[in-house]
Design a protein around this ligand. Structure first.
Ligand code: FAD
Ligand code: ZN
Length: 471
Protein backbone atom coordinates (compact mmCIF):
# COMPACT_ATOMS: atom_id res chain seq x y z
CA UNK A 1 0.00 0.00 0.00
CA UNK A 2 3.00 2.33 0.47
CA UNK A 3 3.27 2.39 -3.34
CA UNK A 4 -0.06 4.24 -3.32
CA UNK A 5 1.23 6.90 -0.96
CA UNK A 6 0.02 10.34 -1.99
CA UNK A 7 -2.74 9.12 -4.32
CA UNK A 8 -5.49 10.09 -1.88
CA UNK A 9 -4.08 13.59 -1.80
CA UNK A 10 -3.69 13.72 -5.58
CA UNK A 11 -7.40 13.98 -6.25
CA UNK A 12 -10.66 14.62 -4.48
CA UNK A 13 -12.73 11.78 -5.98
CA UNK A 14 -13.17 8.22 -4.68
CA UNK A 15 -10.41 5.68 -4.31
CA UNK A 16 -11.31 1.97 -4.07
CA UNK A 17 -8.72 -0.39 -2.61
CA UNK A 18 -10.93 -3.19 -1.30
CA UNK A 19 -10.89 -6.28 -3.54
CA UNK A 20 -14.69 -6.66 -3.49
CA UNK A 21 -15.21 -3.01 -4.36
CA UNK A 22 -12.68 -3.16 -7.19
CA UNK A 23 -14.00 -6.42 -8.67
CA UNK A 24 -16.82 -5.04 -10.89
CA UNK A 25 -14.31 -2.79 -12.67
CA UNK A 26 -11.86 -5.59 -13.35
CA UNK A 27 -13.91 -7.76 -15.67
CA UNK A 28 -15.60 -6.87 -18.93
CA UNK A 29 -19.27 -6.85 -19.90
CA UNK A 30 -19.12 -10.33 -21.51
CA UNK A 31 -17.04 -11.77 -18.65
CA UNK A 32 -14.34 -12.69 -21.12
CA UNK A 33 -11.39 -10.88 -19.53
CA UNK A 34 -10.43 -10.50 -15.87
CA UNK A 35 -7.61 -8.31 -14.57
CA UNK A 36 -6.09 -6.76 -11.47
CA UNK A 37 -5.46 -3.18 -10.39
CA UNK A 38 -3.65 -1.68 -7.42
CA UNK A 39 -6.52 0.80 -7.09
CA UNK A 40 -9.72 1.95 -8.76
CA UNK A 41 -9.95 5.73 -8.92
CA UNK A 42 -13.21 7.57 -9.61
CA UNK A 43 -12.37 11.23 -10.15
CA UNK A 44 -15.07 13.92 -10.27
CA UNK A 45 -13.41 16.53 -12.47
CA UNK A 46 -10.93 16.88 -15.32
CA UNK A 47 -8.51 18.50 -12.85
CA UNK A 48 -8.75 15.38 -10.67
CA UNK A 49 -7.96 13.24 -13.72
CA UNK A 50 -4.91 15.42 -14.38
CA UNK A 51 -3.82 14.90 -10.76
CA UNK A 52 -4.13 11.13 -11.05
CA UNK A 53 -2.21 10.98 -14.33
CA UNK A 54 0.57 13.25 -12.99
CA UNK A 55 0.83 11.03 -9.93
CA UNK A 56 1.02 7.88 -12.07
CA UNK A 57 3.49 9.45 -14.50
CA UNK A 58 5.88 10.42 -11.71
CA UNK A 59 5.83 6.87 -10.34
CA UNK A 60 5.68 4.93 -13.64
CA UNK A 61 2.30 3.46 -12.76
CA UNK A 62 0.23 2.26 -15.76
CA UNK A 63 -3.29 3.71 -16.21
CA UNK A 64 -6.30 1.93 -17.69
CA UNK A 65 -9.14 4.35 -18.52
CA UNK A 66 -12.65 2.97 -18.28
CA UNK A 67 -16.05 4.42 -19.20
CA UNK A 68 -19.19 2.28 -19.10
CA UNK A 69 -17.12 -0.91 -19.51
CA UNK A 70 -19.37 -2.11 -22.35
CA UNK A 71 -16.55 -2.47 -24.87
CA UNK A 72 -16.43 -5.83 -26.63
CA UNK A 73 -12.66 -6.04 -27.20
CA UNK A 74 -11.23 -6.13 -23.67
CA UNK A 75 -9.81 -2.59 -23.92
CA UNK A 76 -11.07 -1.29 -20.57
CA UNK A 77 -9.83 -4.16 -18.38
CA UNK A 78 -6.27 -4.16 -16.97
CA UNK A 79 -3.89 -7.11 -17.32
CA UNK A 80 -3.34 -9.55 -14.47
CA UNK A 81 -0.18 -7.93 -13.07
CA UNK A 82 -2.01 -5.67 -10.61
CA UNK A 83 0.35 -2.74 -11.20
CA UNK A 84 -2.15 -0.47 -12.97
CA UNK A 85 -4.54 2.15 -11.67
CA UNK A 86 -8.04 1.66 -13.09
CA UNK A 87 -9.34 5.13 -13.90
CA UNK A 88 -13.14 5.09 -13.98
CA UNK A 89 -14.59 8.17 -15.68
CA UNK A 90 -18.27 7.69 -14.83
CA UNK A 91 -18.37 10.46 -12.22
CA UNK A 92 -17.39 13.04 -14.83
CA UNK A 93 -21.01 13.13 -15.89
CA UNK A 94 -22.10 16.74 -16.37
CA UNK A 95 -23.51 18.31 -19.51
CA UNK A 96 -21.46 21.49 -19.33
CA UNK A 97 -23.36 23.56 -21.89
CA UNK A 98 -25.77 23.40 -24.82
CA UNK A 99 -25.64 25.76 -27.81
CA UNK A 100 -28.75 25.03 -29.93
CA UNK A 101 -27.89 27.74 -32.49
CA UNK A 102 -24.46 26.21 -33.08
CA UNK A 103 -26.00 22.73 -32.96
CA UNK A 104 -23.52 21.61 -30.30
CA UNK A 105 -23.33 20.59 -26.68
CA UNK A 106 -20.37 20.02 -24.36
CA UNK A 107 -20.52 16.80 -22.38
CA UNK A 108 -18.08 15.34 -19.88
CA UNK A 109 -16.59 11.99 -20.79
CA UNK A 110 -18.53 9.97 -18.23
CA UNK A 111 -22.00 11.05 -19.44
CA UNK A 112 -23.84 8.02 -20.75
CA UNK A 113 -24.75 8.12 -24.43
CA UNK A 114 -28.41 8.12 -23.37
CA UNK A 115 -27.82 11.18 -21.15
CA UNK A 116 -26.30 13.02 -24.13
CA UNK A 117 -29.22 12.00 -26.37
CA UNK A 118 -31.68 13.28 -23.73
CA UNK A 119 -29.83 16.58 -23.28
CA UNK A 120 -29.98 17.09 -27.05
CA UNK A 121 -33.69 16.23 -27.08
CA UNK A 122 -34.40 18.75 -24.32
CA UNK A 123 -32.81 21.38 -26.55
CA UNK A 124 -35.00 20.27 -29.49
CA UNK A 125 -32.05 18.64 -31.23
CA UNK A 126 -30.85 15.15 -32.12
CA UNK A 127 -27.58 13.55 -31.07
CA UNK A 128 -27.34 10.95 -33.80
CA UNK A 129 -25.21 8.24 -32.20
CA UNK A 130 -27.32 5.24 -31.26
CA UNK A 131 -26.32 1.76 -30.13
CA UNK A 132 -27.79 -0.99 -27.99
CA UNK A 133 -25.46 -0.24 -25.03
CA UNK A 134 -26.47 3.45 -24.93
CA UNK A 135 -27.88 3.30 -21.38
CA UNK A 136 -24.48 2.21 -20.01
CA UNK A 137 -21.71 3.22 -22.43
CA UNK A 138 -20.17 6.67 -22.00
CA UNK A 139 -19.48 9.35 -24.55
CA UNK A 140 -15.77 9.16 -23.60
CA UNK A 141 -15.78 5.44 -24.40
CA UNK A 142 -17.73 6.06 -27.62
CA UNK A 143 -15.08 8.52 -28.77
CA UNK A 144 -12.14 6.45 -27.53
CA UNK A 145 -13.41 3.53 -29.65
CA UNK A 146 -14.90 5.66 -32.45
CA UNK A 147 -18.18 3.80 -31.99
CA UNK A 148 -20.60 3.23 -34.85
CA UNK A 149 -24.12 1.94 -34.33
CA UNK A 150 -27.24 2.09 -36.44
CA UNK A 151 -27.27 5.58 -37.96
CA UNK A 152 -23.74 5.86 -39.32
CA UNK A 153 -25.14 5.69 -42.85
CA UNK A 154 -26.43 9.23 -42.64
CA UNK A 155 -24.66 10.84 -39.64
CA UNK A 156 -21.26 9.15 -39.53
CA UNK A 157 -19.60 7.44 -36.58
CA UNK A 158 -18.54 9.01 -33.27
CA UNK A 159 -15.60 10.78 -34.93
CA UNK A 160 -17.90 12.65 -37.30
CA UNK A 161 -20.13 13.73 -34.41
CA UNK A 162 -17.32 15.35 -32.43
CA UNK A 163 -16.02 18.86 -33.05
CA UNK A 164 -13.63 19.26 -30.13
CA UNK A 165 -12.08 17.51 -27.14
CA UNK A 166 -10.63 18.14 -23.73
CA UNK A 167 -7.88 15.63 -22.97
CA UNK A 168 -5.48 14.92 -20.11
CA UNK A 169 -2.08 13.92 -21.50
CA UNK A 170 -0.13 10.99 -20.02
CA UNK A 171 2.03 13.34 -17.93
CA UNK A 172 -1.03 15.01 -16.41
CA UNK A 173 -1.47 18.18 -18.48
CA UNK A 174 -4.95 19.33 -19.42
CA UNK A 175 -5.41 20.24 -23.12
CA UNK A 176 -8.50 22.34 -23.82
CA UNK A 177 -9.47 21.66 -27.40
CA UNK A 178 -13.20 22.26 -26.82
CA UNK A 179 -13.73 24.19 -30.04
CA UNK A 180 -17.19 24.03 -31.57
CA UNK A 181 -15.97 24.72 -35.10
CA UNK A 182 -16.91 22.95 -38.30
CA UNK A 183 -13.85 24.33 -40.05
CA UNK A 184 -10.47 24.60 -38.35
CA UNK A 185 -7.30 24.03 -40.36
CA UNK A 186 -4.65 25.13 -37.90
CA UNK A 187 -2.26 22.22 -38.01
CA UNK A 188 -2.35 18.52 -37.16
CA UNK A 189 -5.77 17.44 -35.99
CA UNK A 190 -5.09 16.45 -32.38
CA UNK A 191 -8.78 15.69 -31.82
CA UNK A 192 -8.74 13.03 -34.51
CA UNK A 193 -5.62 11.52 -33.00
CA UNK A 194 -7.32 10.89 -29.66
CA UNK A 195 -10.60 9.66 -31.19
CA UNK A 196 -10.31 5.91 -31.71
CA UNK A 197 -7.06 5.68 -29.69
CA UNK A 198 -8.72 3.46 -27.03
CA UNK A 199 -7.12 5.24 -24.08
CA UNK A 200 -3.57 4.62 -25.30
CA UNK A 201 -2.62 8.28 -25.89
CA UNK A 202 -4.44 10.19 -23.14
CA UNK A 203 -7.74 10.48 -21.30
CA UNK A 204 -10.71 12.25 -22.87
CA UNK A 205 -12.44 14.31 -20.18
CA UNK A 206 -14.99 16.26 -22.26
CA UNK A 207 -16.15 16.73 -25.85
CA UNK A 208 -18.00 19.20 -28.05
CA UNK A 209 -20.65 17.10 -29.80
CA UNK A 210 -22.40 17.87 -33.04
CA UNK A 211 -26.22 17.97 -32.97
CA UNK A 212 -28.74 17.67 -35.82
CA UNK A 213 -32.36 18.76 -36.30
CA UNK A 214 -34.84 16.20 -34.96
CA UNK A 215 -36.76 14.31 -37.64
CA UNK A 216 -40.49 15.11 -37.77
CA UNK A 217 -41.42 11.60 -38.87
CA UNK A 218 -39.79 8.18 -39.10
CA UNK A 219 -40.81 5.01 -40.89
CA UNK A 220 -39.21 1.56 -40.80
CA UNK A 221 -39.58 -1.10 -43.45
CA UNK A 222 -38.69 -4.79 -43.14
CA UNK A 223 -37.96 -6.22 -46.57
CA UNK A 224 -37.58 -9.89 -47.56
CA UNK A 225 -34.79 -10.36 -50.11
CA UNK A 226 -33.52 -13.52 -51.83
CA UNK A 227 -29.82 -12.86 -51.13
CA UNK A 228 -27.05 -10.37 -50.34
CA UNK A 229 -26.82 -9.08 -53.93
CA UNK A 230 -30.55 -8.34 -53.89
CA UNK A 231 -30.09 -6.63 -50.51
CA UNK A 232 -27.58 -4.28 -52.13
CA UNK A 233 -30.05 -3.57 -54.93
CA UNK A 234 -32.69 -2.64 -52.34
CA UNK A 235 -30.14 -0.36 -50.66
CA UNK A 236 -29.45 1.27 -54.04
CA UNK A 237 -33.15 1.92 -54.67
CA UNK A 238 -33.57 3.33 -51.18
CA UNK A 239 -30.56 5.60 -51.54
CA UNK A 240 -31.68 7.01 -54.87
CA UNK A 241 -35.27 7.60 -53.69
CA UNK A 242 -34.51 8.81 -50.17
CA UNK A 243 -31.07 10.41 -50.34
CA UNK A 244 -29.99 11.62 -46.91
CA UNK A 245 -33.46 10.73 -45.53
CA UNK A 246 -32.34 7.09 -45.51
CA UNK A 247 -30.99 6.92 -41.96
CA UNK A 248 -30.38 3.17 -41.57
CA UNK A 249 -30.05 0.08 -43.72
CA UNK A 250 -29.47 -3.12 -41.79
CA UNK A 251 -28.99 -6.69 -42.99
CA UNK A 252 -30.51 -9.66 -41.12
CA UNK A 253 -30.21 -13.33 -42.05
CA UNK A 254 -33.02 -15.82 -41.57
CA UNK A 255 -30.97 -17.60 -38.87
CA UNK A 256 -30.77 -14.34 -36.88
CA UNK A 257 -34.52 -13.90 -37.09
CA UNK A 258 -35.08 -17.49 -35.94
CA UNK A 259 -32.87 -16.86 -32.89
CA UNK A 260 -34.80 -13.71 -32.00
CA UNK A 261 -38.13 -15.53 -32.39
CA UNK A 262 -36.90 -18.39 -30.18
CA UNK A 263 -35.43 -16.33 -27.33
CA UNK A 264 -37.73 -13.29 -27.40
CA UNK A 265 -41.22 -14.78 -27.57
CA UNK A 266 -42.80 -11.33 -27.29
CA UNK A 267 -41.32 -10.36 -30.66
CA UNK A 268 -43.71 -10.88 -33.59
CA UNK A 269 -42.49 -11.71 -37.08
CA UNK A 270 -43.95 -9.23 -39.57
CA UNK A 271 -43.92 -11.33 -42.75
CA UNK A 272 -45.87 -14.50 -43.40
CA UNK A 273 -43.28 -16.44 -45.39
CA UNK A 274 -39.68 -17.01 -44.40
CA UNK A 275 -36.95 -15.56 -46.60
CA UNK A 276 -33.20 -16.32 -46.54
CA UNK A 277 -32.34 -12.66 -45.91
CA UNK A 278 -34.00 -9.41 -44.83
CA UNK A 279 -33.17 -5.72 -45.01
CA UNK A 280 -34.40 -3.19 -42.45
CA UNK A 281 -34.71 0.33 -43.84
CA UNK A 282 -35.33 3.47 -41.82
CA UNK A 283 -36.44 6.77 -43.34
CA UNK A 284 -36.37 10.00 -41.33
CA UNK A 285 -38.10 13.07 -42.66
CA UNK A 286 -37.94 16.71 -41.64
CA UNK A 287 -41.52 17.34 -42.85
CA UNK A 288 -43.66 14.44 -41.59
CA UNK A 289 -44.11 10.70 -41.38
CA UNK A 290 -46.27 10.47 -44.50
CA UNK A 291 -43.56 12.02 -46.59
CA UNK A 292 -41.07 9.46 -45.25
CA UNK A 293 -43.56 6.64 -45.97
CA UNK A 294 -44.18 7.79 -49.55
CA UNK A 295 -40.45 7.84 -50.28
CA UNK A 296 -39.83 4.42 -48.77
CA UNK A 297 -42.84 2.91 -50.56
CA UNK A 298 -41.65 4.25 -53.86
CA UNK A 299 -38.22 2.61 -53.34
CA UNK A 300 -40.01 -0.57 -52.34
CA UNK A 301 -42.12 -0.55 -55.50
CA UNK A 302 -38.98 -0.49 -57.61
CA UNK A 303 -37.46 -3.33 -55.58
CA UNK A 304 -40.61 -5.49 -55.85
CA UNK A 305 -40.75 -4.76 -59.60
CA UNK A 306 -37.22 -5.93 -60.33
CA UNK A 307 -37.42 -8.88 -57.92
CA UNK A 308 -34.77 -7.65 -55.49
CA UNK A 309 -37.51 -7.61 -52.83
CA UNK A 310 -40.07 -10.39 -52.49
CA UNK A 311 -42.20 -9.03 -49.64
CA UNK A 312 -42.18 -6.16 -47.16
CA UNK A 313 -43.84 -4.66 -44.08
CA UNK A 314 -43.89 -0.89 -43.57
CA UNK A 315 -44.52 0.56 -40.10
CA UNK A 316 -47.80 2.47 -39.71
CA UNK A 317 -47.32 3.62 -36.09
CA UNK A 318 -44.61 4.24 -33.53
CA UNK A 319 -45.22 0.85 -31.93
CA UNK A 320 -44.85 -0.89 -35.31
CA UNK A 321 -41.70 1.14 -35.98
CA UNK A 322 -40.26 -0.05 -32.66
CA UNK A 323 -41.41 -3.64 -33.27
CA UNK A 324 -39.56 -3.78 -36.61
CA UNK A 325 -36.40 -2.36 -35.01
CA UNK A 326 -36.68 -4.91 -32.17
CA UNK A 327 -36.13 -7.69 -34.74
CA UNK A 328 -32.68 -6.25 -35.44
CA UNK A 329 -31.78 -4.94 -32.00
CA UNK A 330 -32.42 -8.22 -30.20
CA UNK A 331 -30.09 -10.33 -32.34
CA UNK A 332 -26.99 -9.99 -30.11
CA UNK A 333 -28.95 -10.83 -27.01
CA UNK A 334 -30.68 -13.78 -28.71
CA UNK A 335 -27.34 -15.10 -29.90
CA UNK A 336 -25.90 -14.79 -26.39
CA UNK A 337 -28.93 -16.67 -25.00
CA UNK A 338 -28.28 -19.44 -27.52
CA UNK A 339 -24.82 -20.05 -26.01
CA UNK A 340 -21.18 -19.35 -26.82
CA UNK A 341 -20.44 -17.44 -29.97
CA UNK A 342 -17.56 -16.29 -32.12
CA UNK A 343 -17.83 -12.70 -33.32
CA UNK A 344 -16.29 -10.83 -36.25
CA UNK A 345 -16.80 -7.09 -36.59
CA UNK A 346 -15.68 -6.52 -40.16
CA UNK A 347 -15.91 -3.76 -42.76
CA UNK A 348 -15.93 -4.26 -46.52
CA UNK A 349 -16.44 -2.07 -49.55
CA UNK A 350 -20.24 -2.39 -49.80
CA UNK A 351 -20.02 -3.67 -53.36
CA UNK A 352 -17.88 -6.64 -52.22
CA UNK A 353 -20.28 -7.91 -49.55
CA UNK A 354 -22.02 -10.53 -51.75
CA UNK A 355 -18.69 -11.95 -52.98
CA UNK A 356 -17.26 -12.01 -49.46
CA UNK A 357 -20.31 -13.80 -48.04
CA UNK A 358 -20.33 -16.37 -50.84
CA UNK A 359 -16.66 -17.18 -50.30
CA UNK A 360 -16.56 -17.01 -46.50
CA UNK A 361 -19.79 -18.99 -45.97
CA UNK A 362 -18.59 -21.74 -48.32
CA UNK A 363 -15.09 -21.88 -46.81
CA UNK A 364 -16.36 -22.11 -43.23
CA UNK A 365 -19.07 -24.67 -43.94
CA UNK A 366 -16.56 -26.82 -45.78
CA UNK A 367 -13.76 -26.64 -43.21
CA UNK A 368 -15.53 -26.56 -39.85
CA UNK A 369 -18.12 -28.95 -38.53
CA UNK A 370 -20.98 -28.06 -36.25
CA UNK A 371 -21.10 -24.32 -36.88
CA UNK A 372 -23.98 -22.01 -37.70
CA UNK A 373 -23.61 -18.67 -39.49
CA UNK A 374 -25.31 -15.80 -37.64
CA UNK A 375 -24.77 -12.91 -40.05
CA UNK A 376 -26.22 -9.44 -39.61
CA UNK A 377 -24.96 -5.90 -39.63
CA UNK A 378 -24.98 -2.38 -40.89
CA UNK A 379 -25.31 -3.02 -44.64
CA UNK A 380 -25.32 0.68 -45.51
CA UNK A 381 -21.91 1.09 -43.83
CA UNK A 382 -20.40 -2.12 -45.22
CA UNK A 383 -20.08 -3.33 -41.61
CA UNK A 384 -21.02 -6.96 -40.96
CA UNK A 385 -21.28 -8.71 -37.63
CA UNK A 386 -20.18 -11.98 -39.16
CA UNK A 387 -20.86 -14.17 -36.13
CA UNK A 388 -20.97 -17.91 -35.55
CA UNK A 389 -22.80 -20.15 -33.10
CA UNK A 390 -22.59 -23.92 -32.63
CA UNK A 391 -25.18 -25.94 -34.60
CA UNK A 392 -28.44 -26.32 -32.65
CA UNK A 393 -27.93 -30.02 -31.91
CA UNK A 394 -24.51 -29.33 -30.34
CA UNK A 395 -25.49 -28.37 -26.82
CA UNK A 396 -23.53 -28.87 -23.60
CA UNK A 397 -20.18 -27.75 -22.21
CA UNK A 398 -18.11 -30.19 -24.24
CA UNK A 399 -19.49 -28.96 -27.55
CA UNK A 400 -19.11 -25.34 -26.43
CA UNK A 401 -15.43 -25.92 -25.64
CA UNK A 402 -14.84 -27.68 -28.96
CA UNK A 403 -16.59 -24.83 -30.76
CA UNK A 404 -14.48 -22.14 -29.05
CA UNK A 405 -11.29 -24.10 -29.73
CA UNK A 406 -11.90 -23.54 -33.44
CA UNK A 407 -11.87 -19.75 -33.03
CA UNK A 408 -8.25 -19.05 -34.09
CA UNK A 409 -8.58 -21.19 -37.23
CA UNK A 410 -11.97 -19.65 -38.05
CA UNK A 411 -10.58 -16.14 -37.54
CA UNK A 412 -7.76 -16.85 -39.95
CA UNK A 413 -10.18 -17.93 -42.71
CA UNK A 414 -12.53 -14.98 -42.14
CA UNK A 415 -9.89 -12.28 -41.73
CA UNK A 416 -7.82 -13.48 -44.71
CA UNK A 417 -10.92 -13.25 -46.89
CA UNK A 418 -11.73 -9.80 -45.46
CA UNK A 419 -8.20 -8.64 -46.28
CA UNK A 420 -8.42 -10.13 -49.78
CA UNK A 421 -11.56 -8.06 -50.40
CA UNK A 422 -9.87 -4.86 -49.22
CA UNK A 423 -11.75 -4.84 -45.91
CA UNK A 424 -10.98 -4.20 -42.24
CA UNK A 425 -11.00 -6.75 -39.42
CA UNK A 426 -12.30 -4.16 -36.93
CA UNK A 427 -15.12 -1.87 -38.01
CA UNK A 428 -16.63 -0.36 -34.86
CA UNK A 429 -15.63 -2.30 -31.72
CA UNK A 430 -11.95 -1.32 -31.60
CA UNK A 431 -8.92 -3.56 -31.13
CA UNK A 432 -8.43 -3.70 -27.36
CA UNK A 433 -6.62 -6.95 -26.69
CA UNK A 434 -9.03 -9.06 -28.72
CA UNK A 435 -7.94 -7.84 -32.16
CA UNK A 436 -4.61 -6.21 -31.35
CA UNK A 437 -2.32 -8.86 -32.85
CA UNK A 438 -4.72 -9.66 -35.64
CA UNK A 439 -4.74 -6.01 -36.76
CA UNK A 440 -0.93 -5.89 -36.62
CA UNK A 441 -0.83 -8.94 -38.89
CA UNK A 442 -2.75 -7.16 -41.66
CA UNK A 443 -1.13 -3.72 -41.20
CA UNK A 444 1.62 -2.63 -43.58
CA UNK A 445 5.10 -2.03 -42.05
CA UNK A 446 4.83 1.69 -42.74
CA UNK A 447 1.47 1.93 -40.96
CA UNK A 448 2.91 -0.02 -38.07
CA UNK A 449 5.92 2.34 -37.89
CA UNK A 450 3.82 5.51 -38.01
CA UNK A 451 1.50 4.24 -35.28
CA UNK A 452 4.42 3.26 -33.06
CA UNK A 453 5.95 6.73 -33.62
CA UNK A 454 2.71 8.45 -32.54
CA UNK A 455 2.50 6.31 -29.41
CA UNK A 456 6.15 7.02 -28.58
CA UNK A 457 5.69 10.79 -29.10
CA UNK A 458 2.61 11.13 -26.90
CA UNK A 459 3.24 8.44 -24.29
CA UNK A 460 7.01 7.83 -24.21
CA UNK A 461 6.80 5.92 -20.92
CA UNK A 462 4.13 3.59 -22.36
CA UNK A 463 1.87 4.02 -19.33
CA UNK A 464 -1.46 4.62 -21.07
CA UNK A 465 -3.53 1.45 -21.35
CA UNK A 466 -0.49 -0.74 -22.02
CA UNK A 467 -0.97 -3.80 -24.20
CA UNK A 468 -4.13 -2.44 -25.84
CA UNK A 469 -4.42 -1.54 -29.53
CA UNK A 470 -0.63 -1.84 -30.07
CA UNK A 471 1.51 -4.69 -28.74
P1 FAD B 1 -15.35 1.14 -22.20
O1 FAD B 1 -15.77 -0.22 -22.52
O2 FAD B 1 -15.29 1.52 -20.76
O3 FAD B 1 -13.92 1.43 -22.85
C1 FAD B 1 -13.66 1.14 -24.20
C2 FAD B 1 -12.24 1.63 -24.56
O4 FAD B 1 -12.18 3.05 -24.48
C3 FAD B 1 -11.15 1.13 -23.62
O5 FAD B 1 -9.98 0.96 -24.36
C4 FAD B 1 -10.99 2.27 -22.63
O6 FAD B 1 -9.69 2.29 -22.07
C5 FAD B 1 -11.24 3.48 -23.50
N1 FAD B 1 -11.84 4.63 -22.80
C6 FAD B 1 -13.04 4.68 -22.19
N2 FAD B 1 -13.30 5.92 -21.75
C7 FAD B 1 -12.22 6.67 -22.10
C8 FAD B 1 -11.88 8.05 -21.93
N3 FAD B 1 -12.71 8.90 -21.32
N4 FAD B 1 -10.70 8.48 -22.41
C9 FAD B 1 -9.85 7.63 -23.03
N5 FAD B 1 -10.12 6.33 -23.22
C10 FAD B 1 -11.29 5.85 -22.76
N6 FAD B 1 -20.19 -0.52 -30.38
C11 FAD B 1 -20.43 0.08 -31.56
O7 FAD B 1 -19.56 0.76 -32.08
N7 FAD B 1 -21.62 -0.08 -32.21
C12 FAD B 1 -22.61 -0.82 -31.70
O8 FAD B 1 -23.66 -0.94 -32.31
C13 FAD B 1 -22.40 -1.44 -30.43
N8 FAD B 1 -23.37 -2.16 -29.86
C14 FAD B 1 -23.15 -2.71 -28.64
C15 FAD B 1 -24.18 -3.42 -28.04
C16 FAD B 1 -24.00 -3.98 -26.79
C17 FAD B 1 -25.14 -4.74 -26.14
C18 FAD B 1 -22.76 -3.86 -26.13
C19 FAD B 1 -22.52 -4.44 -24.77
C20 FAD B 1 -21.72 -3.17 -26.73
C21 FAD B 1 -21.91 -2.59 -27.98
N9 FAD B 1 -20.89 -1.87 -28.61
C22 FAD B 1 -21.14 -1.26 -29.80
C23 FAD B 1 -19.58 -1.75 -27.97
C24 FAD B 1 -19.47 -0.63 -26.92
O9 FAD B 1 -20.70 -0.28 -26.39
C25 FAD B 1 -18.85 0.60 -27.52
O10 FAD B 1 -17.54 0.27 -27.91
C26 FAD B 1 -18.80 1.81 -26.58
O11 FAD B 1 -18.39 2.91 -27.36
C27 FAD B 1 -17.86 1.66 -25.40
O12 FAD B 1 -18.11 2.70 -24.45
P2 FAD B 1 -17.78 2.50 -22.91
O13 FAD B 1 -18.00 3.79 -22.23
O14 FAD B 1 -18.49 1.35 -22.36
O15 FAD B 1 -16.21 2.23 -23.01
ZN1 ZN C 1 -22.87 -2.96 -34.78
Amino acid sequence: MTALHGLREAFSGRLLLDEDEKAPFLTDWRGRWRGQACAVVQPDTAQDVAGVLAWCHARNVPVVPQGGNTGLSGGAVPDGAGAAVLLSLTRLNRIRSVDPANHTLVAEAGCTLLQVQQAAEEAGRLFALSLAAEGSCTIGGNLATNAGGVQVLSFGNARELCLGLEVVTPDGELWNGLRGLRKDNTGYDLRDLFIGSEGTLGVITAAVLKLHPRPAGQVACFVAVPGPAAALQVLGHAQSRLGSALTACELVSHTCLQLVARHMPAVRLPLQDASPWYVLLEASDGRDENHAREAIESALEQALDDGSATDAAVSASLSQFEALWALRENISEAQAAEGKNIKHDIALPISRIPAFLAEADAALMQRFEGIRLVTFGHLGDGNLHYNLSPSPERTGAEHAAAFLAMEPAINRVVHDLVAAQGGSISAEHGLGVLRRDEAARYRSPIEQRLMAAIKQALDPKGLMNPGKLLA
